[in-house]
Design a protein around this ligand. Structure first.
Ligand code: NAD
Length: 357
């Protein structure tokens, strides 16, 4: 297979972690007989410094011409005082919207080897957990009508939530398809006891579930889901939910793994092209010191192989290599926990993962 990947290294630790993922992808392509080419484009503060824009047209066009996009992270104190539309973070919304990405996939996995990093008790996390949150990314209350008006008690502000059957079906389908690639369990999270949008959401999801008889489908109210995530996270496999509920629940799910440097994400649209990135930021405090944990970006690259290119075996191989390296006790500084062993650098960790591949 021939893969053309756009690379958005960005700022801070972005270049280091993207280059680690490139090396792992290169090794995977070599092992499985694929041809892979990488084209770098500027984004964020680096793009602003070079062109005066955090998301130059050349970057958008390059990403649109690629098969898929791998992003490091953007931002840093150097650009904090810029006006809103020039800030590096603005480029993230811009690139997601230019690529028409409406599905956000956020896996939250607690590796047995990193159990002590979780703030949850051992009796709750058991042997770890592995769940995937599928969040609707371009609809709902974050994009609805909003404003100020005179209300019963004087000035008031309002935001509105609207979800069409079409929007719900397309995110639902993405979630059912993701569940089919995992352990075939899907829980849809809503607030159908109160919200009209949730009632239509639920009805639409139920209708869709008829098309996926192999998937064990359930519904849960969002307040209960927030509790269940900390009470018994391993009951979940795939969770699908709206933009705002997904925003909140995916951060909760990340937090209970305890290791921000390990968590990958994917944003997808209607085609196969996606944007793959770690959930963490540009970590300016450790940038340029070869200390960053590259695993979140390497796992994002594995997600790219699975979701954009259908290369399940190759994605599994990268994830298994990460498992083996962690099981063998290798750690970067952010995940050493109580261990007294010297932490690996970003490049040493990358090398270990490549050896394990
Ligand atoms: P951050 O995620 O960059 O860092 C938080 C803490 O986690 C820091 O101590 C950092 O050293 C550590 N950390 C993060 N990733 C790590 C890794 N891979 N390995 C080891 N340690 C890691 O969040 P922040 O400090 O709030 O933000 C820093 C900058 O990043 C800001 O400019 C912010 O706007 C930007 N940001 C960008 C994105 C993105 O590009 N998607 C996301 C969040 C924040």
């Amino acid at each position: 297979m021939e893969l053309n990947i756009a690379l958005l290294r960005g700022d801070g630790i972005g270049p280091e972690i993207v280059d680690s993922a490139v090396r792992v992808l290169g090794k995977t392509a070599e092992r499985y007989g694929h041809r892979i080419s990488f084209t770098p484009y500027l984004i964020g503060g680096a793009a602003y410094n070079a062109t005066g824009e955090p998301l130059p047209d050349e970057t958008v066009n390059g990403c649109l011409a690629s098969d898929s996009v791998l992003l490091g992270a953007v931002g840093g104190p150097e650009w904090d005082a810029l006006p809103g539309d020039k800030r590096p973070e603005k480029a993230l919304l811009g690139i997601r919207s230019a690529l028409g990405l409406y599905t956000n996939l956020r896996p939250a996995k607690l590796y047995p080897a990193l159990r002590s990093a979780s703030p949850l008790k051992d009796s709750i996390v058991g042997d770890g957990f592995d769940l995937l949150i599928v969040r609707e990314l371009t609809g709902g209350i974050y994009f609805g009508d909003r404003g100020y008006r005179d209300g019963k008690y004087g000035q008031e502000a309002y935001d509105t939530e609207a979800y069409s059957v079409t929007e719900t079906e397309r995110i639902g389908r993405a979630a059912f398809e993701a569940a089919m690639k995992r352990s075939k369990r899907l829980c849809s999270v809503d607030k159908a006891n109160v919200l009209e949008t949730s009632r239509l959401w639920r009805k639409t999801m139920h209708a869709l579930s008829e098309e996926y008889p192999e998937v064990e489908y359930s519904d849960m109210f969002v307040d209960n889901a927030a509790m269940q995530l900390v009470r018994d996270p391993s009951q979940f496999d795939v969770i699908v939910t709206s933009n705002m509920f997904g925003d909140i629940l995916s951060d909760e799910a990340s937090q209970i793994t305890g290791s921000i440097g390990m968590l990958a994400s994917a944003s997808l649209g209607s085609g196969t092209r996606g944007l793959y990135e770690p959930i963490h930021g540009s970590a300016p405090d450790i940038a340029g010191q070869d200390k960053a944990n590259p695993i979140a970006t390497i796992l994002s690259a594995a997600m790219m192989l699975r979701y954009s290119f259908g290369l399940q075996e190759e994605a599994d191989a990268i994830e298994a290599a990460v498992d083996r390296v962690l099981d063998a006790g290798y750690r970067t500084a952010d995940i050493t926990g109580d261990s007294s062993a010297a932490p690996l650098t970003c490049s040493e960790m990358t090398e270990k993962i490549i050896e394990a591949l």
